[in-house]
Design a protein around this ligand. Structure first.
Ligand SMILES: NC(=O)c1ccc[n+]([C@@H]2O[C@H](COP(=O)([O-])OP(=O)(O)OC[C@H]3O[C@@H](n4cnc5c(N)ncnc54)[C@H](OP(=O)(O)O)[C@@H]3O)[C@@H](O)[C@H]2O)c1
Length: 312
């Protein structure tokens, strides 16, 4: 199989294309021909050498990075009954996958508990964009913050991979959404339903009290200044301090996301109900484009998700 790999940790331009043997399925897994994969900030940390155990436990060089994918099933383990050859699915690979088993490749071996079937009307690029970013947003808004109608939520970083999903999931639950972004992203955020978009370069969020905060950028202190007593803040962008975690009247927590079929099915329902626009920038499957995608994400100003397309 063709794979885009690194032979050492380093800058984005360390990726190159190579041929590797295909990973073998087990009785409890399925093999997919990968249609597309998306790139997350976690991939940038991985490539730079910043991730630690358990992510790195099974890594060897040349290393195939990547977790998110969409793919077409080519082999089914003997104990798997839910999926069949030819099914088009999307999902995420185990966080501690082996060094030759990431998603920047033409094939992967997948746990059926970490995939769902791509619904009608969703492209393979859109499906590949969903797992980590969509799953993280869904867990935060629908599960951890459990946003209700008529509540007001502040979503810091509304235009990024996680934020753009979070804005829409909060709107689907009837909340009023205030979000922060650069001016170039105001129109897109308004189109997907944001009630108020604040340019964080010039204006601090103030003169408002919100019921919930979802922080995707690491500004926990800023979020807390506008959170009502009794309100909840969930962050995926920074680590709360011991003082923030111990606040008597506000709940602060760091979310480590675990996307699974139940979360994916929640996202599929929103998509099918026309409540989830999936904003992707898709690039063909070359080492140069993986380098480019990593560099764009390192700029911290992406719009939605960056996807590498292999085949329909
Ligand atoms: N804990 C977990 O399990 C978990 C899971 C997924 C992601 N994460 C983390 O969550 C964070 C967000 O992930 P992502 O995929 O959404 O990243 P991303 O797509 O790279 O986010 C880029 C976006 O961040 C916005 N941004 C940057 N600085 C900002 C600021 N100070 N205020 C408001 N917006 C700002 C940019 O908006 P503008 O261009 O409009 O400025 C851009 O659209 C990352 O740190 C990632 O590692 C954690």
């Amino acid at each position: 199989m063709k794979a885009i790999v690194i032979n050492q940790f380093g800058n984005a331009d360390t990726f190159y294309e190579t041929e590797l043997p295909q990973t073998q399925i087990t009785p409890d897994t399925v093999a997919v021909a990968i249609n597309a994969f998306s790139i997350n900030p976690m991939d940038i940390a991985a490539r730079a050498g910043y991730l630690q155990s358990p992510f790195t436990d099974n890594w060897t060089f040349p290393l195939v990075l990547g977790w998110d994918f969409s793919g077409t099933i080519t082999q089914v383990g003997q104990n798997v009954t839910k999926y069949h050859i030819g099914d088009q699915v999307f999902g995420t690979l185990p966080s501690n996958h082996a060094g030759n088993a990431g998603s920047y490749a033409e094939t992967a071996v997948v746990d059926p508990a970490s995939i769902s079937t791509i619904p009608a009307g969703m492209s393979v690029d859109q499906a590949a964009a969903l797992p980590i970013a969509g799953g993280t947003a869904y867990q935060a808004i629908a599960q951890n913050l459990n946003v209700h109608p008529n509540e007001t939520i502040l979503i810091q970083g509304g235009a990024g991979g996680v934020g753009l999903f979070a804005v829409q999931i909060a709107k689907s639950r009837g909340a009023k959404v205030i979000t922060t972004a650069s001016p170039a992203h105001t129109a897109l955020l308004q189109q997907v339903g944001a009630d108020q978009v604040i340019d964080y370069h010039t204006t601090a969020v103030s003169n408002v009290l919100v019921d919930a905060v979802f922080d995707t950028v690491g500004d926990i202190a800023g979020g807390l200044t506008v959170l009502k007593p009794g309100g909840k803040l969930v962050t995926v962008g920074g680590q709360p301090t011991p003082e923030q975690l111990a606040l008597p009247d506000k709940s602060v927590s760091f979310q480590f996301s675990h996307s699974d079929t139940a979360v994916f099915d929640g996202l599929i329902t929103l998509f099918t109900n026309d409540q989830l626009h999936i904003e992707v920038q898709s690039l063909p499957f070359t080492a140069e484009n993986v380098v480019k995608a990593h560099q764009i994400i390192e700029s911290h100003h992406t719009t939605g998700k960056l996807v590498i397309h292999i085949t329909d």
